[in-house]
Design a protein around this ligand. Sequence first.
Ligand code: FAD
Length: 243
Amino acid sequence: MSSELIGKRVSVLDKGYVELQDIMPHPLTGVSPDTAIASAARVSFLGESKGGEKDARLIHYLMRHKHTSPFEMVEFKFRVKAPVVTWWQWARHRTASYNAQSGRYTEFAEDEFYVPAVWRKQSPDNKQASLGELEPEANTELTQDLIDFYAQGFALYQKALRQGSSREMARLFLPGFGVYYTWIVKTDLHNLFNFLRLRLAPDAQYEIRVYAHTIYREFVKPTVPIAAEAFEQYQLKPSGVEV
Ligand SMILES: Cc1cc2nc3c(=O)[nH]c(=O)nc-3n(C[C@H](O)[C@H](O)[C@H](O)COP(=O)(O)OP(=O)(O)OC[C@H]3O[C@@H](n4cnc5c(N)ncnc54)[C@H](O)[C@@H]3O)c2cc1C
């Protein structure tokens, strides 16, 4: 695994990003994360990684038989900027560790709101989902309405601050679901695979699915190519998830 991945930042949505901050095992140790998984499993026999094909077979065996704890030996730490509509769902993954930007400490900037590229229609048969897109005219109108709404909320937020309101109260005026927040998220690979299986799925909301895709494609797959191959074979494919 290349240490160049650490510090890499990939844009997501209109103003968000995912940045890889750290990995365990760190590249400087010279131990690949796939090897760390195999070595952890082999401690059952007081053994170590046997390398190459034998480690790959073992990792596939572990994934197939849900022998999950060796995957917990690999950890990822990300810095993520995402709108609240995404965090609302992400934060339900209780096994991750989080630290979040605080609207009590920091003042929000005017351009910190999510403007979707398209407006998706309500799915007729899945109450949680969307399907297809609105006609261009309605799309343009709603986008302008949203931008105006953000501007109005932000102007009231600034007015409250000017009048001496605390930041923690002034933020009541900010349109809550669209505002971007920056968080640090640390999780181990077993629980990250659980997050990815659920949030790469077609029934996950687009605004979290794009983050899951970025994490998987840009960071997880290049870091643990063998575990990722096993994950796709035994978890994603049986769930009908394409990546
Ligand atoms: C498509 C979709 C729709 C959803 N809709 C809703 C919704 O309408 N309303 C809603 O509230 N949530 C909803 N969720 C959130 C969902 O219920 C889970 O909270 C979320 O996906 C996190 O999954 P998790 O519990 O497996 O992950 P984690 O919280 O990371 O937990 C990982 C695993 O640890 C174990 N675990 C963690 N905490 C506990 C605990 N307290 N007790 C026992 N075992 C535990 C479980 O085995 C769990 O699978 C939705 C999720 C998805 C993907």
